[in-house]
Design a protein around this ligand. Sequence first.
Ligand code: PLP
Length: 407
Amino acid sequence: MIKLAETKGLNIIINEKTEGVVPDYLREDELFNVTRFHESIDGYERTPLILLSDLSKELGVSKIFVKDESFRFGLNAFKALGATYAIARILCEKLSVNIEDVDFKFFRSDEVRDKIKDMVFVTATDGNHGRAVAWAANTLGCKSIVYMPKGSSITRLENIRKEGAEAEITDVNYDGAVRIAKKKADEIDGVFVQDTALPGYEKIPVWISQGYTTMAKEAFSQMKEEGVKGPTHILLQAGVGAYAGGVLGYVVNLFKDEVPKVIILEPEKADCIFKSAISDKKEPVFVTGDMDTIMAGLACGEPNPLTWPVLRDFSHAFVSCPDYVAEEGMRILASPKGDDRKIVSGESGAVGVGFLKVILENRDFCYDKKMLGFDENSVVLCFSTEGDTDPDSYKRIINKLTIKEEK
Ligand SMILES: Cc1ncc(COP(=O)(O)O)c(C=O)c1O
């Protein structure tokens, strides 16, 4: 790993040697049923893949694509891809059926609803995953209980309650909320549906990571339809890394000898993947404390132990970003220049575009840009993983007001 000099608060490490073994569960043939199942969910549509031509010209690259996940199932974030697939697999086990043989309609039939109506799904979330679990449970006539870390947004809490969940904000951080949820699930004989693995708890997080790959699969076929050969760079933001690791593993298997450069972005206050990458150990390193960042969806201190090895072995770079990077991205996407389409992108969704703007526009980053392999031929794919999931904070940021100024 090469650590580049810190510039404007950004810390970047380049992974010189990308090699390793991708878990079998991220092989394309293993993932066939994931997308097929998603396509059977009522209201499923591919989310838009938006080409920002004017921004690409301004920043000196060939193309910047943004996949807008604010349109996913009307939930304003991508997380339902993981939650729905995991819950489907849990129900398959309960009903002794194979995922190959069923679709979403099957789970909504009167006969099945009667068999699953007393099931309770329990989870911890900073907002999006919990809303997705609550939505899936509610849609299938089951119950859900959701725990949030201290300082969570009230709007995000209310959106989870609107899906019929019993939800509360705890006085611990994200990783503490995960432990509370696990304990509760054990006590009430509920099903713990978490997007990170714990010792002896791996099956469900694997299904969740598999679920996220639909987003990448859609993006690659949309690019193909536009006549664009695969991306040269993919920017993935990470909390525990279940989504980034799932997508990266899928990408490595799919592109084989021509794997795009994948860059992992985290908030500096919760950069557990970055810290793990820079440490000499092969094992993940934890970040503790409040992890005070506007990127609430990424405020996780303990990497998912299942996807961490994929991130460690195959990411091209790891970046620890101050909050201003995400704010920059939110504003660019909210009021794009020229003919580019507006994208409503929340704090955890916009960090990729913000990073591009900071790195590619600023002469102080010439060396970093070279090390990251960006040039006029680069085709960059970013995922805006959420819309304005905290609308007050979103408005404050795009209007450039800080909380102090507002008073
Ligand atoms: C909007 C958003 N983007 C990205 C992530 C990161 O996903 P993961 O925790 O799997 O790294 C999250 C997680 O909650 C999220 O809500």
